[in-house]
Design a protein around this ligand. Structure first.
Ligand SMILES: CC(C)(COP(=O)(O)OP(=O)(O)OC[C@H]1O[C@@H](n2cnc3c(N)ncnc32)[C@H](O)[C@@H]1OP(=O)(O)O)[C@@H](O)C(=O)NCCC(=O)NCCS
Length: 225
């Protein structure tokens, strides 16, 4: 028997929902940073710089300082990718969750709660604003509290959302995530979502650190709509 259940968001969830949303995304900053460190256009110039002290073109101290500065700049770039998105969402749909998700047709916000009353995870649904996506529902704000991961909570939350989409006559569920969110990508693959797009945003900085946005789509079988 499962030791948790799904319910609709309540105002008393407000702080936990916002904190979980922000912390769930900040977890990926270090993964994005490590990914950027492995990029050829990042480590090749660094390798080339190692020759400068040998050619007496730079002191070892300056080289160490330059490396330290470059690492800090790279980490802040990775951090910026997530924090700019988090700050925007916290002052947009996550500012008044009840008003945004529960008082409009086609929107919803669910919470997974343990039998002991703990907030375990959440997921939000809204009509897609993508061109041509009038019959698509967008999945957003999926996050599960760390100590409750690996128990199938996210899978159950996603299935609830897919069911909601099916009952509303939607043809597909769509979402975007980022390359460092590997657990989320595995989850979407497992549920039968397919990768439909792969792009950089914001364009210049995200190219430097290879920060890619991945778009996924789950097609709802016609017979079950
Ligand atoms: C992604 C996330 C929601 C998954 O939550 P979860 O409750 O642990 O996921 P589930 O237990 O339902 O796992 C479902 C499937 O996802 C995959 N998966 C999830 N976490 C995984 C991991 N750490 N390693 C490998 N596969 C994993 C598996 O295929 C798993 O199915 P299986 O257990 O039958 O093999 C959770 O890791 C999270 O909150 N991450 C931070 C926020 C985030 O990235 N959200 C996604 C927004 S797009």
């Amino acid at each position: 028997m499962s030791d948790y259940f799904l319910r609709i968001y309540k105002d008393s969830d407000y702080h936990e929902a916002r904190d979980l949303f922000a912390s769930g995304l900040k977890e990926h900053i270090n993964t994005a940073f490590r990914h950027a460190l492995g990029l050829t256009h990042v480590w090749l110039p660094a390798l080339a710089m190692l020759t400068l002290p040998m050619l007496n073109l730079m002191s070892i101290t300056t080289l160490i300082l330059a490396f330290a500065l470059a690492l800090v700049a790279l980490w802040f770039s990775a951090r910026y990718m997530y924090t700019s998105y988090i700050n925007h969402a916290l002052s947009d749909d996550m500012l008044d969750i009840d008003k945004y998700y529960l008082q409009r047709d086609g929107y919803c916000f669910w919470v997974a709660e343990s039998a002991r009353g703990e907030f375990m995870g959440m997921i939000a649904a809204l009509p897609s604003s993508n061109p041509g996506g009038e019959k698509h529902l967008e999945l957003k704000r999926l996050s599960v509290v760390k100590q409750h991961r690996g128990k199938g909570v996210a899978k159950v939350l996603c299935r609830r959302l897919i069911d909601f989409a099916r009952k509303r006559g939607c043809e597909a569920v769509v979402l975007t995530t980022t390359l460092p969110q590997r657990d989320a990508c595995k989850l979407y693959d497992k549920l039968g979502f397919r990768l439909t797009d792969n792009y950089y945003y914001p364009k210049l900085l995200s190219r430097v650190v290879d920060f890619r946005i991945l778009a996924y789509q789950y097609d709802i079988p016609a017979a079950s709509q």
